[in-house]
Design a protein around this ligand. Structure first.
Ligand code: NAP
Length: 314
């Protein structure tokens, strides 16, 4: 599968993207570097970073160590900066004390990057209007350090409002909408108002958490302790994902592919998907996940219909 464009922007990305949540801080520098290098060697050209709070208690700074590690591993892997697309996020946590331009500057400093290809705005805090959020993004875009902007987990109403306001502030509407989307969690994306909002903005969809945190791979049926969802397997949403994983396994066995490849193919079937954002801890997980493009090409109409029934609410 060839690259896809990020909505109305000129930016092209691989159909599968690598995230960094709960990843690099759990790996050695060597492992993290090898992970990013492997992704690039396999054709991944879209990387998602973010300022995450440290959960280990070991990081030298309470927030944003994830960005430091991403930058270090990225450079150690020898990835040409202009050869890939890198995104990051604004959390508005210290707004209005810290304006968007300043939040971006702090992230860039920690990453050791001069700029970003894509900057997502997370939902505006209660005290901030959509217009104010778009104004902040307009200031960011005027600074020239970001090529395009997107939104993450915004409501359809807020996206439509931003689409209306953006041109009056001299910027394009958001070009990307990132939302969690997988076989067992569809409602944020498969919603008429959201589909209209995406269309109005001319935005691409970037589905996140496509493997339901790894549960859809079916690995917990083999070893309930091996993975980041271990200890959460009794939660209702995780139980639903495990049930879907079992159904996915029977279709995957018939097709001769992995659960992960099929689960990711499901997200690529959405017509607005530019690139699906998965997480991976090892190069071999990346290999398995990148099967998704080939799986997608092999799926016939009956298999797509069957895939769509898996994990769907009764
Ligand atoms: N917009 C949102 O609300 C939202 C929500 C969540 C995430 N995100 C973004 O989306 C990115 C991806 O989210 P995610 O990490 O939750 O995605 P995911 O793809 O659903 O889960 C990734 C995890 O599953 C396991 N895994 C991946 N491939 C595997 C394979 N082939 N076999 C076995 N296990 C495998 C790995 O964890 P273990 O091996 O440790 O089990 C990996 O860290 C994040 O980096 C974040 O930026 C966004």
């Amino acid at each position: 599968m060839g690259p896809a464009r990020l909505g109305h922007s000129e930016i092209a990305v691989s159909r599968l993207a690598l995230g960094s949540w709960r990843t690099l801080e759990h790996l050695s520098r060597e492992e993290g570097t090898a992970l990013l290098a492997h992704a690039v060697a396999c054709g991944v050209t879209f990387f998602d970073d973010a300022r995450y709070d440290d959960k280990s208690g070991d990081a030298p700074i309470p927030t944003g160590w994830s960005e430091v590690l991403f930058g270090e591993c990225f450079r150690a892997a020898g990835i040409p900066r202009d050869g890939v697309v890198v995104s990051n996020k604004l959390w508005w946590e210290f707004w209005p004390r810290q304006r968007a331009v300043e939040e971006l500057e702090s992230s860039l400093e920690r990453m050791g990057f001069a700029g970003l290809d894509l900057l997502y705005a997370t939902p505006p805090p209660e005290e901030m209007s959509v217009a104010e959020a778009v104004e902040e993004m307009a200031a960011v875009m005027a600074g020239g350090k970001v090529r395009t902007w997107g939104v993450l987990n915004w409501s359809a109403v807020a996206i439509s409002e931003a689409t209306t306001i953006a041109p009056s502030l001299g910027i394009e509407p958001p070009s990307v909408v990132q939302l969690p989307y997988n076989l067992v969690y569809r409602r944020a994306v498969e919603d008429t108002a959201m589909e209209v909002a995406l269309e109005q903005a001319g935005a691409a969809l970037v589905p996140a958490a496509p493997l339901a945190g790894g549960t859809l791979t079916g690995k917990y049926a083999v070893d309930p302790r091996d993975g980041r969802m271990a200890g959460k397997l009794e939660r209702p949403a995780v139980r639903a994902a495990q049930a879907a994983a079992a159904d996915l396994r029977s279709l995957a066995d018939r097709l001769g592919c992995s659960n992960a490849g099929l689960a990711l193919a499901f997200t690529l079937l959405h017509p607005r998907t530019a690139s699906t954002l998965f997480g991976a801890r090892t190069p071999s997980q990346i290999d398995t996940n990148l099967e998704a493009s080939a799986v997608l090409e092999r799926l016939g109409a009956d298999e797509i219909a069957e895939l769509r029934t898996i994990g769907s609410a009764p």
